[in-house]
Write a protein that binds this ligand. Structure first.
Ligand SMILES: [Zn+2]
Length: 240
């Protein structure tokens, strides 16, 4: 397997990656309660795994994956143990400075892959600041919102509880597939702080969602590299 993890590269390898117009993925996650049955690293594990798999699947150009940003914006989970949150502006500054550092080394294509619902608006607002104040255009997606992924999630949903979201029928199977040793299915019932029905989760559903998300991200990465996602960039070059 080729190296895709930013942390594993040496100096000349970064220079090579810049020359090849690599895309750098910044997984943005959280450390927060996920009910009684999932670990607090659920969001970090999901978006990091999807990013790594997509990066491995692309041979035409390099894709590098940063370690997941493990602290996010989670004030709404602070009632429950295990949650660590940053203040809004701290997260904005953290992400801005990480992306600006990457850009300073010559990387022109940066993609934020968010894995936590509470981060989505913060990341989008931060991208505006990043473009305006640092001159760094970027692309941003939340993994379950990438094209074709919502349809896959709808197809697996059996819950009548309305949402398959936080710690429910989406994240439970993802964790059963990605890190089953950390899941306690005996405790997989609805409790406050959980959305949807965790007991409907199966490993097979997790595999389907991961594969759909990886396929979607691979397509996005190829389109980004070829220049056909220019209109989604914040900001577009001609505006800068
Ligand atoms: Zn989560």
């Amino acid at each position: 397997m080729k190296k895709v993890l930013w942390q594993e590269l040496r100096r000349p390898e970064f220079e090579e990656a810049v020359k090849a117009d690599a895309i750098v993925i910044i997984p943005v996650a959280s450390t927060e309660q996920h009910g009684n049955h999932l670990p607090v690293n659920t969001d970090a594990n999901c978006c990091f795994a999807i990013a790594q798999r997509a990066a491995q699947a692309i041979d035409e150009f390099p894709v590098l994956v940063l370690p997941p940003i493990w602290t996010g914006y989670s004030p709404h989970h602070m009632d429950y143990p295990g949650t660590i949150t940053l203040k809004y502006h701290t997260l904005v500054e953290l992400l801005t400075q990480v992306a600006a550092s990457i850009h300073a080394h010559g990387f022109k294509k940066i993609l934020f892959l968010n894995g936590h619902g509470g981060n989505a608006a913060v990341v989008a607002a931060m991208q505006l600041k990043l473009a305006d104040e640092e001159g760094v255009p970027s692309l941003g997606y939340t993994y379950w919102d990438m094209p074709a992924v919502p349809e896959q999630m709808k197809a697996i949903s059996q819950s009548d509880k309305g949402s398959i979201g936080h710690s429910g029928e989406m994240e439970t199977p993802l964790q059963l597939y990605l890190q089953p040793e950390l899941v306690d299915m005996a405790a997989a019932t609805w409790v406050p702080g959980v959305m949807g029905d965790p007991s409907a989760g199966t490993r097979e559903k997790g595999e389907r969602i991961v594969n759909a998300a990886v396929d979607a991200l691979v397509k996005i990465l190829r389109d980004y590299h070829s220049g056909s996602l220019e209109d989604r960039l914040i900001w577009r070059k001609e505006i800068l």
